[in-house]
Write a protein that binds this ligand. Sequence first.
Ligand code: 3HC
Ligand code: NAI
Length: 713
Amino acid sequence: MSTINASVALTRHDSIAVITIDSPPVNALSHGVREGLVQAVAQAGQDSTVRAILIACAGTTFIAGADITEFGKPPKDPRISAVIAAIEDCPKPIIAAMHGTVLGGGLELALGCHYRVAAPATRLGLPEVNLGIIPGAGGTQRLPRVVGVERAIELITTASQLSAKQALEAGLVDALIDGDLVQGALQFARRVVDENKALLRVRDRDEHLVTARGNPALFEKARAAVARKSRGLTAPLAAIDAIEAAVNLPFEQGLQRERELVTAQVSSDQSKALRYFFFAERESAKIPGIQTGDVAKVQQAAVIGAGTMGGGIAMSLANAGVAVTLIDLNPEALERGLGIIRKNYENTARRGGMTESDVSARMALIRPSTKLADVSSAEVIVEAVFENTELKKSVFTEIDRHARADAILGTNTSTLDIDEIASATARPESVIGLHFFSPANVMKLLEVVRTGRTSESVVARAMALGRQMRKVPVLVGTCDGFVGNRILRARSKQAEQIIMQGGFPEQVDRVLQDFGFPMGVFAMGDMAGLDIGWRIRKERGLKSIVADKLCEMGRLGQKAGAGYFRYDPANPEGARAPIVDPIVNELILQASRDQNIERRDMDDVLIRERLLYPMINEAAKILEEGVALRAGDIDVIWIYGYGWPRHRGGPMHYADSIGLAKIRDRLREFERDHGDAFKPAALLERLADEGGTFAGHRTGALQATAAATAVAA
Ligand code: 3HC
Ligand code: NAI
């Protein structure tokens, strides 16, 4: 074995040289790896006794891409494209032996090799658009030459991955290797040598490009489709430009065009936001002072309440292979809940997402019961009964009697005081909020709500359970609405005021959609059902003039065919597409008159600032109170739970990118015009004065006890 450098080694197996990259965690193409590869390829290439070269990786994966931590720093030679050129131009056959996740620059490097073999579980893709860039080391030029132009457009613009089998079928992989990858790849290499196979350079292939050249309209079609789906993202469109260059320009010029496009994308705000978010998401899994890694997987759980949320939570657990006892005291509700679960699984099977035997296996994991005593074997219990403190307390008193001593006692409450619920047990240290989002089997976000008394090990196990269910768990403290809904309320309150002061629902919703949200506030309210908020307002003695009026008129939202908007099954845009209803706009004008509010025109920028800046201000208070650990956690919550556009990095990153002083000053203007509710948070004031950022602010630890923070109602 000869060590090339700290990350790359070169060994010999008869006449085959093996270059091994060992650069944890994911063998990214850092400077050291690039340097080592160039040297190893040169050394093996010059050695007259070497007849073929393998490139393989140690650890869990082949190269997972460029080293993202190097983005935005001055580039250091050799660049990835130079490494790939050295491989492609080597006079001896080079074979990539791949396993794990072959992504981005990793796949581009493999495409520069003359042959590619893979372990059966390998996954391959060019996910660069997820980081706001396009493949920048020849991926847009070589992939279409191998898999065809339309397939390459689809793979690159959607960042989707191929299984090894699909890659084999698409011609991206030459052979699958069962058993020991390197041994199998060595055999493959010997065959290449013995059979004197040609040095296949992807760059020289033209057959797929010729076909596409005869069909230039395919690019316009692809652009239209991507523009519809990607809501303002620029990278997928840039990727199509680059692939079009592959079709119409000689290889070197195509590479040059790709380089220009990637350079522009790397410095874009979208890419900065997406890269920020990549690391924010990973950081949200880490809790200072708590070891969250080494936790045994949950095997048995219980869910109490087989309603909307309980059913979805039971599915999330069963999907993760956990046996679930689903308990509802009402046998009919239990039956109904199970029926819905089965129907959901069968729908997935019908769409090809799972097989009939998967459906049976998942259903077999869910055991129905009408007795709370059946929580006794569960390691985790998730309560999802009606939202009522006394009811939840009685359930917790009961499960305290039956649950294992080490069980996690979780509640899915979205508004109640978890400390109070915990007080109904003799083990408040085991009680934690597990706030799933609806539909719980689909939504990735899980707010893990720690009270002042929840133990560290329960926190660690709850976070691990979130990951086991393939959710994105984020730890938060207790307060009214926790992190996500508390910020949501700040936005809803503004939306209500805006329509009283001059805007209309369609304008407010359009501003949010133009910003990148999948849906506006009012269409979202219609979808959820306006009666939910109506009931809560009545319980809390609150009013919302327009919403209350709509509910009184029976306009409860989509399910009633009318809410803020009208819905028509015959609508060519779709039965769920909102239609502006003049009756509602008239009702709003009347409500303004009744309140003596002088309406004035509001432009889109004003509406955007009125909606988003109070959310940022509320988030600043959340950080200041230590209800969230880091600004990034708030961003993760809003991106995964509420559809904040990823390419804007979440509310905190967005605020940092605008500049906190600018936001503070605008809030002060709103405060002057509309009152105290807009008063900038103390943390925002301080960071704005210091020229600081939310990203640079750390609370260190969550607040120890519940903050008595009523959301400005
Ligand atoms: N560069 C630098 N660090 C990376 C990285 C990369 N490309 N990919 C992952 N990491 C780091 C993560 O930050 C994390 O670090 P941490 O432990 O300090 O938090 C660690 O590796 C493990 O990552 P995950 O927690 O995500 O581990 P998983 O096992 O869940 O997933 C993965 C592994 C599928 C490889 C996933 O990390 C991933 O998708 N990575 C990004 C892949 C990617 O986007 N590649 C393209 C990069 S852009 C490019 O190649 C440009 C080219 O065209 C020139
Ligand atoms: P739901 O009304 O659909 O279901 C509640 C179920 O609990 C019913 O099937 C009922 O029979 C059962 N139940 C009532 N008392 C029980 C008891 N003592 N023991 C066992 N089962 C009992 O309610 P939903 O919407 O599923 O909400 C459940 C909880 O989840 C609430 O705390 C709610 O605030 C919370 N939540 C709801 C979200 C939503 O979007 N619906 C989102 C996040 C949290």
